[in-house]
Design a protein around this ligand. Structure first.
Ligand code: COA
Length: 315
């Protein structure tokens, strides 16, 4: 498959580190050097499905397609208002799309997991065009009294349209299953029969463990797919790394020995938007005209699960 269109949508409200310092024991001096984040877009009155819809329509327009041209819609999402139907169905209803619709919850690497599913549908000859939307509102998952997590996240949606092609060179998915390092729980509705205790736990993260996992798996898997495809680091034009923390991106960059110019980043004014981060970055780079046909792009993302994934494709 190959990418023929991208889109993204962000909430209008921008919250700076100084804004956070108004109600949290934190500061721009703490957050910026440790994360690379100065501000983030935060959902106020928007609905996540509307951001997903806007990103989808922009990607379809960029691809020159209509909703009726799409054969499969994959939506990557961790949390939204609807437990059912799936967010892909909610967005499909909003844009008048009638193809099979699947949601996946693979946390931050969701865009790459969705690409892997799509690529297999193409290889099976079952589809001509696939739409992927990653829509996330992680600011609704954290406790806003927990300064170690809430300062890291921002909301948004990113989308990409894929058609037949031979541009995907390799995808590697990875899991190192562990619940305790990064999780959130919420009680379900009570019943007359339930006897076990359920707790509401806002997003809990062992920052250092996740940091180490991110850098080590990303480096290992990027090096593996480059080795398997006989490609050198120098031949890659852009490394599209999940925008979780600038120091994670820096750790990966230094490990690969590649120049900063090959690592586009928007974390400064976006924060971590979970699986939406890679397609939002992709769309922003595309709209700036950063890519030319044939450019070699490596994606890498990591997060709850613990899951991670890398993909190597040509623009
Ligand atoms: N403002 C001010 N102080 C803060 C703070 C904040 N926003 N968040 C934490 N601190 C404090 C802690 O309370 C701690 O204080 P103490 O030493 O008095 O206990 C101190 O800063 C150090 O905390 P620690 O958690 O050890 O900091 P760190 O250097 O590991 O950085 C992260 C924290 C979260 C920035 C870092 O671990 C990280 O980025 N991890 C990866 C997280 C990530 O990207 N996850 C998503 C992947 S999908």
């Amino acid at each position: 498959m190959k990418i023929i269109g991208t889109g993204s949508a962000l909430p209008k409200k921008v919250v700076t580190n100084d804004d956070l310092a108004q109600f949290l024991d934190t500061s721009d001096e703490w957050i910026l050097p440790r994360t690379g984040i100065r501000s983030r877009h935060v959902i106020t009155d928007e609905r996540l499905e509307d951001l997903g819809k806007d990103a989808a329509l922009l990607a379809l327009k960029d691809a020159g397609l209509t909703p009726g041209d799409i054969d499969l819609f994959i939506c990557s999402n961790v949390v939204n208002e609807y437990l059912t139907p799936s967010l892909s169905c909610v967005i499909s209803a909003a844009i008048g799309m009638h193809c099979p619709a699947i949601d996946i919850n693979c946390a931050c690497p969701g865009f790459i997991y969705a690409m892997d599913i799509a690529e297999n549908y193409f290889l099976a000859g079952k589809v001509s065009n696939v739409l992927i939307v990653c829509a996330e509102e992680p600011t609704r998952m954290t406790s806003w009294t927990d300064r170690s997590t809430c300062v890291l996240f921002g909301d948004g949606a990113g989308a990409a349209v894929f058609t037949k092609g031979d541009n995907v060179k390799a995808i590697k998915l990875n899991s190192q299953p562990s619940v305790i390092h990064l999780y959130e729980t919420r009680p379900l509705l009570p019943t007359p029969f339930i006897t076990r205790h359920e707790t509401e736990q806002p997003l809990h993260m062992d920052g250092r463990e996740v940091f180490k996992f991110a850098v080590s798996t990303s480096l290992r898997d990027i090096e593996e797919i480059l080795r398997k495809t006989g490609t050198s680091v120098d031949e890659i034009d852009f490394f599209m790394i999940h925008q979780a923390n600038l120091r994670i991106i820096e750790g990966i960059r230094r490990g690969l020995g590649a120049p900063e110019s090959k690592f586009p980043s928007n974390i400064y004014d976006h924060g971590n938007s979970s699986s939406a981060s890679c397609p939002i970055l992709l769309d922003e780079c595309n709209r700036k005209g950063l890519f030319k046909r044939g450019d070699k792009l490596v994606f890498s993302a990591f997060g709850a699960g613990l899951l991670s994934a890398v993909a190597f494709l040509e623009w």
